[in-house]
Design a protein around this ligand. Structure first.
Ligand SMILES: Nc1ncnc2c1ncn2[C@@H]1O[C@H](COP(=O)(O)OP(=O)(O)O)[C@@H](O)[C@H]1O
Ligand SMILES: [Mg+2]
Length: 329
């Protein structure tokens, strides 16, 4: 599969009165066409800032200060604001956790999708409206003609997320960034939305970056996974390899705190653990491993020296002193 997105050493910061926050701290990753990369980590790890950086929609008080975001080989960070606006929606689309914040409450959903279409394609309103209804049907909304005339508040959470997906798909993007798209939904609806994203991905040969705090979502819908902690990728692998052989103590902790529905039946009933402590604030101060304080394997060296990502098995990368020496063996 050809490489679609390659991020190299991306750093996104917020300069605040208390100092510099590194929300994204040297992230590198690759996404192939037609593939789903899951990004998982607890709240506050920088997942949303990473996706907003890719869209170049970092909040006004934030800044990308380093790195490259190569999309089909060209660096998005070098485009003018106009050029970037052209890419958004048409080549890269994004959906969020709470569709209500992105949908306009005073317009009918069909009109809003039609508007999104007309933003990138010069079509008469009537034609755009027809496409809008088609899209609603494509995302699994029954009676789309009628639903198109509904306002967002007439729809359930799952339906609203389908509308957002329809809008995101309106210009056939090659990459969909989905930031916690199912977090606000109950488990059954969550599964349906993830299935819909997978189906659209296959049908349109689209790549997906699926951001979540929930490893169950990763297990269900991603092929590769990157674990993010305190602004950094600490482990990345195929989903299979990550679940079979999690290497980073943080990944192991995340796996141990996954509810039984996502775990092998033989493992069920095991005590559900939580990782002690919480994600540190991301002020740019510490020198050692960011997971040090919460890690049961930590030794003195971990507080001093920051580990780097090394490839332990082909395609399986981890950033932890425990494996540091194995790289060249
Ligand atoms: N607008 C902002 N101003 C200052 N700091 C912010 C802002 N938004 C996010 N951050 C910082 O960036 C970090 C990462 O946030 P975010 O990307 O939203 O995490 P996640 O999506 O993984 O929960 C947060 O811990 C916070 O300190
Ligand atoms: Mg987030």
């Amino acid at each position: 599969m050809p490489l679609l997105l390659e991020i190299k050493d991306l750093v996104t910061v917020f300069d605040t009165v208390r100092g510099r926050i590194k929300a994204v701290d040297g992230v590198s990753l690759k996404v192939n066409s037609g593939e789903t990369l899951g990004i998982v980590g607890e709240s506050g790890c920088g997942k949303t800032m990473l996706s907003l950086s890719i869209m170049r929609l970092v909040p006004a008080n934030g800044r990308i200060i380093n790195g490259e975001i190569l999309f089909s080989g060209s660096d998005l960070l070098k485009l003018s604001e106009d050029e970037m606006r052209g890419r958004r929606g048409s080549e890269i689309s994004m959906i969020f956790q709470e569709p209500m914040t992105s949908l306009n409450p005073v317009f009918r959903v069909g009109e809003q999708i039609a508007e999104a279409i007309r933003l990138h394609q010069n079509l008469p309103a009537k034609k755009a409206m027809e496409l809008s209804v088609e899209l609603l049907s494509e995302v699994g909304i029954t009676d789309p003609q009628k639903r198109a005339r509904d306002y967002p508040h007439n729809l359930s959470g799952g339906m609203r997320q389908r509308v957002m997906i329809a809008m995101a798909m309106s210009c056939h993007p090659r990459l969909l960034l989905a930031d916690e798209p199912t977090t606000a939904l109950d488990v059954t609806i969550q599964a349906q939305i993830l299935d819909l994203i997978s189906e659209l991905k296959q049908k349109n040969d689209m790549a997906v970056v699926l951001i979540t705090h929930d490893l169950g979502v990763i297990a269900q819908a991603a092929e590769k996974v990157a674990v993010m902690y305190a602004g950094k990728i600490v482990e990345s692998a195929s989903v299979e390899a990550m679940f079979a052989n999690p290497l980073h103590p943080y990944t192991q902790g995340l796996l141990e705190s996954v509810p039984a529905r996502c775990v092998e039946s033989s493992e069920r009933g095991k005590y559900l653990k939580t990782i002690p402590g919480s994600v540190p604030d991301l002020y740019d101060v510490s020198s050692g491993c960011r997971f040090y304080e919460r890690c049961s394997y930590a030794v003195e060296e971990c507080a001093q020296k920051e580990p780097t990502l090394s490839e332990i098995e082909p395609g399986h990368f981890v950033s932890c002193r425990k494996y540091g020496g194995k790289k060249n063996n």
